[in-house]
Design a protein around this ligand. Sequence first.
Ligand SMILES: Nc1ncnc2c1ncn2[C@@H]1O[C@H](COP(=O)(O)O)[C@@H](OP(=O)(O)O)[C@H]1O
Ligand SMILES: [Mg+2]
Length: 246
Amino acid sequence: MSSDAALARAVAEEAGRLLIAIRDGAEEAGKSLGDRGDREANALILQRLATARPNDCILSEESFDDRTRCAAQRVWVVDPLDGTREYASGRDDWAVHIALAIDGRPSQGAVALPAMGRTFSTDRACPARPPIAPRPKLVVSRSRCPDLALRVAETLDAETLTMGSAGAKAMAVVDGRADIYLHEGGQYEWDNCAPAAVALASGLHASRIDGSPLVYNRENPLLPDLLICRKGLADAALAAIRAVRG
Ligand SMILES: Nc1ncnc2c1ncn2[C@@H]1O[C@H](COP(=O)(O)O)[C@@H](OP(=O)(O)O)[C@H]1O
Ligand SMILES: [Mg+2]
């Protein structure tokens, strides 16, 4: 039997190949293409996880949540297509997220970036990251950039980069293309559970913006803010967030 991380990686890559094939062959575009990608990737992931781990629960962005998962220890937290609007507009910054939360902790998981041909997972060695530059790079949502992030960038004298998908942004910090990913204003557990699991496993800081731990499998899956960054920047980023929030 494969490990939970290897399962997450294999299923995320398979869903990624399906999403690429759907987009390459699609006659539809825009929202209907995004909806089809969400739906078909979700069906594939649910089927694979149910077969491989029949006793586990699943929380997916694209499935009805009857909350039976709330009593379970092991819950797969799935976003079959994160960055749907980027996927549907032909961009590369979208991801497949598959994580396993155990007792609410983001324990194992994978983030596939199919259009970039890359998959990151909790069981793969942490990539060598360059030293933190004097002017760190802070990556933010391209369509819902929070004012807080811009003000923190100013406080830290950081350069800002914009990108779609929480997974794509978090993996940019994992592989050293960016140093900080900061979000507030709304996200759900499926948007950030796999990114946080991979970030933590690769030695990064990942928390809420008040510095408290990210906790999953809550009754209400709203998890509206997060900070993922190089450990050496965490104190400065949290202090800047506190200062800006007042
Ligand atoms: N303010 C907000 N409210 C709800 N969801 C949000 C949000 N900001 C970002 N998200 C979700 O977080 C994911 C990454 O967003 P972004 O690209 O803006 O960083 C997207 O997931 P989906 O693409 O799965 O819907 C998006 O819907
Ligand atoms: Mg999402």
